[in-house]
Design a protein around this ligand. Structure first.
Ligand code: NDP
Ligand code: OXD
Length: 312
């Protein structure tokens, strides 16, 4: 039996489609009449505190989110393996966001928009893409897709990850010891890390001060599409105001929705989107998770299992 516990999405629609995809396999929702001891799979997004009450026979927890940081903090999380969402549609959407914001900042959008508003004709040539370095933190599923999309645009690319990823055309930096070198040559810093104790708060003033300053007019830029817990918003506000950063694109926030009184709303060179960089598609999600259940029921091992010790 599969139990859905999805918040903030259309759970009824997911249930209908999963029932169709899984044929005779029983799919239930909270409020249905079922014995929790018979639940073998749970499909979750933002599960409530009591989500796992009475569930004793789980084979796997299926996470609608690619990021599992919040799930791992659930106080009653069962020990069953967690399968996270890995999907080419999700990767494509995230890369769309990354490419849009990287190219916008590379072409000095903030500066020329301000000039237009002031009816100012002021020529300034942005560096060529090949002279501009995009540094991507996190070279997993999303980071690798992002570099695949950025490479043909001609950017100089560098990556930072825990273990070395050898990708043609991308200079790889590994671990804490190489972090400063990675930052020193980066003009546009893109964050696609998972939120873990090691990566929490990584987008802070100390990090911003280490970025390359002499390439992009206005200063280096950050693009955060991973988690709000990666950023120190008071530092971002200060860095945007004192010129340590030329601009920031933020899709995620320490508190979501971003509070009305956050100073970030009013900062001209801060580009805010409401955690929409990449949504998990119902169509591909249903295909992905139903296949996982079918395969696992037929004896195949689970795929894309979260390493709880690593935190992602
Ligand atoms: P992956 O698990 O595939 O990749 C994580 C990458 O981060 C890996 O390259 C890993 O290194 C690296 N990493 C982890 N810890 C460290 C560390 N301490 N130091 C250096 N590198 C580290 O994740 P995804 O690419 O699938 O997703 C990344 C995040 O994107 C998710 O966790 C989620 O928070 C966020 N997200 C945001 C969305 C949005 O709409 N805004 C939508 C979907 C996801 P290594 O390769 O060596 O293991
Ligand atoms: C995710 C997200 O982790 O949407 O999938 O943030």
């Amino acid at each position: 039996m599969l139990l859905l516990h999805l918040s903030d999405v259309d759970e009824a629609s997911w249930a209908t489609k999963l029932r169709q995809a899984l044929g005779g396999y029983r799919v239930v929702r909270r409020g249905d009449d079922f014995d929790p001891r018979e639940v073998r799979y749970m499909f979750v997004w933002k599960p409530k505190a009591d989500a796992f009450d009475g569930i004793t026979g789980l084979k796997a927890i299926l996470s609608l989110g690619a990021g599992v940081d919040a799930l791992l903090k659930h106080p009653a999380l069962p020990a069953a393996p967690i399968v996270r969402f890995v999907d080419s549609d999700l990767s494509q959407r995230m890369s769309d966001y990354v490419v849009a914001h990287v190219t916008m900042h590379h072409r000095l959008y903030t500066r020329f928009r301000a000039d237009q508003m002031a009816r100012r004709w002021s020529q300034l040539y942005p560096p060529a893409a090949s002279e501009s370095t995009v540094g991507i933190m996190g070279m997993g599923v999303l980071g690798q897709d992002a570099v695949r999309r950025l490479l043909p645009l001609g950017f100089d690319l560098r990556s930072w990850s825990r273990t070395l990823k050898q990708i043609e055309g991308v200079t790889g930096f590994v671990g804490a010891a190489a972090f400063d070198d990675f930052l020193a040559g980066t003009d546009i810093l893109v964050n696609l890390l998972p939120l873990t104790p090691e990566t929490a708060g990584i987008l802070n003033m100390e990090t911003f001060r280490k970025l390359r300053r002499d390439r992009l007019a206005g200063g280096p830029v950050i693009v955060n599409a991973a988690r709000g817990g990666h950023q120190r918003e008071t530092d971002i506000v200060a860095a945007l105001q004192d010129g340590t950063l030329g601009a920031a694109s933020l899709d995620v926030f320490e508190t979501e929705p971003l509070p009305q009184d956050s100073p970030l709303w009013d900062i001209e060179n801060c580009y805010i989107t409401p955690h929409i960089a990449a949504i998990s598609s119902e169509t591909s999600g249903v295909a992905y998770f139903s296949q996982i259940i079918r395969d696992h029921e037929a004896g195949a091992p689970l795929i894309n299992v979260v390493d709880r010790a690593r935190g992602y």
